[in-house]
Design a protein around this ligand. Structure first.
Ligand SMILES: C[S@@+](CC[C@H](N)C(=O)[O-])C[C@H]1O[C@@H](n2cnc3c(N)ncnc32)[C@H](O)[C@@H]1O
Length: 322
């Protein structure tokens, strides 16, 4: 595994985190990058979110994969290399890897090393003939891709990007990210990508404000992480979780609301909060089928096929480099 776990790199990771936190909390609209939601604890809480009844995304996506797997396998063909940025616990890819005709390799990438390490061990024991080469890193950083895409393989390289992770990026950044993915691929290679679809705001807001408060714990863990790793003094009880659908921007926004005027100290810096002021922690952009086809086209992919569930909640798209 390509693990950035040497002490020197650990210091770098904390330093990057510190810089991003200080920069984000110094903005007029305070913000924290959503990739930091996924430390070991955050990844564990995210797994709980995926099991919630209110969070329809995971089971709807799994249903589409289940119903259309043979077609996906046929489109990808034999001898493929599957690359999964933001693989998390790598559970979604398993049925695909098992169904593919003699896949050459599986390359998961994630910023959260603990969950990736555990997943690699599991997949290696379940599919002993498959080469599994895990990479710890930020998939938005070009250096994280070094060694991921090497010599041309016999079959297709396919980027597997489920979980609506693309929705965490603003449309311009999403197009850039997809264009960056396309730059790592060659003619005939593809992308299999999941997106949440535009729908009734009640359904969306329930998914991100679940009745069991798991999403609240996920959101607040970011403040706990700042306290743990940067010696911050956030009082978690003095902030409330808030998620809402912004129809014009077609996105669910997640915030932490300061319940009173307060000061927070982090790594020698002081931040003032007024009552009601928020920290913007995540966006989850929603797409129409047409809108996402256009985005794929703008990033250099040619759409081959889209699949959706009967309720039109979620979609999976397969596109190729031509
Ligand atoms: C929404 S979850 C999806 C997980 C899994 N792919 C799924 O569909 O259930 C996002 C995953 O991407 C990882 N992640 C988020 N931003 C990342 C980044 N910039 N670089 C690498 N991994 C990232 C997180 O650690 C997390 O495992």
């Amino acid at each position: 595994m390509n693990m950035a776990l040497s002490p020197a790199n650990e210091i770098n990771e904390t330093e990057f985190f510190r810089r991003d936190v200080i920069a984000g909390l110094s903005k007029k609209q305070k913000t924290l990058p959503c990739k930091y939601l996924y430390d070991e604890e955050g990844s564990r809480i995210f797994e709980q979110i995926c099991e919630l009844t209110d969070y329809y995304l995971t089971r709807t996506e799994a249903g589409i994969f289940h119903d259309h797997l043979p077609h996906m396998v046929q489109l990808i063909g034999p001898d493929s290399v599957i690359i999964e940025p933001g693989a998390g616990n790598c559970e979604k890819v398993e049925p695909l890897l098992e169904a593919l005709e003699e896949p050459r390799a599986y390359i998961p990438m994630d910023i959260s090393p603990e969950i990736l390490l555990a997943a690699r061990t599991r997949i290696r024991s379940q599919l002993p003939d498959l080469e599994v080469d895990a990479h710890v890193g930020d998939f938005t950083a070009p250096e994280a891709w070094q060694g991921v895409v090497t010599e041309k393989v016999a079959g297709r390289r396919v980027i597997f990007f489920p979980g609506s992770t693309i929705g965490n990026f603003d449309p311009d950044a999403a197009r850039q990210l997809l264009a960056g993915f396309a730059a790592h691929l060659a003619a005939g290679d593809g992308i299999l990508i999941g997106t949440d679809l535009v729908k009734d705001s009640v359904v969306l807001e329930r998914a991100y404000n679940d009745s069991k408060h798991v999403t609240e714990n996920f959101n607040k863990n970011l403040l706990a992480r700042v306290n743990r790793e940067l010696g911050g003094d956030f009082d978690l009880d003095a902030f409330a979780h808030r998620s809402f659908y912004h129809a014009l921007r077609q996105r669910v926004e997640m915030h932490l609301v300061s319940l009173k005027a307060q000061q927070v100290h982090i790594a020698g810096e002081r931040f003032e909060f007024t009552e009601g002021e928020t920290i913007h922690t995540e966006n989850s952009h929603k797409y129409t089928l047409e809108g996402f086809a256009e985005m794929l086209g703008g990033a250099g992919f040619t759409l081959v096929r889209q699949w959706s569930d009967r309720g039109g909640l979620y979609a999976i798209h397969y596109a190729e480099i031509r």
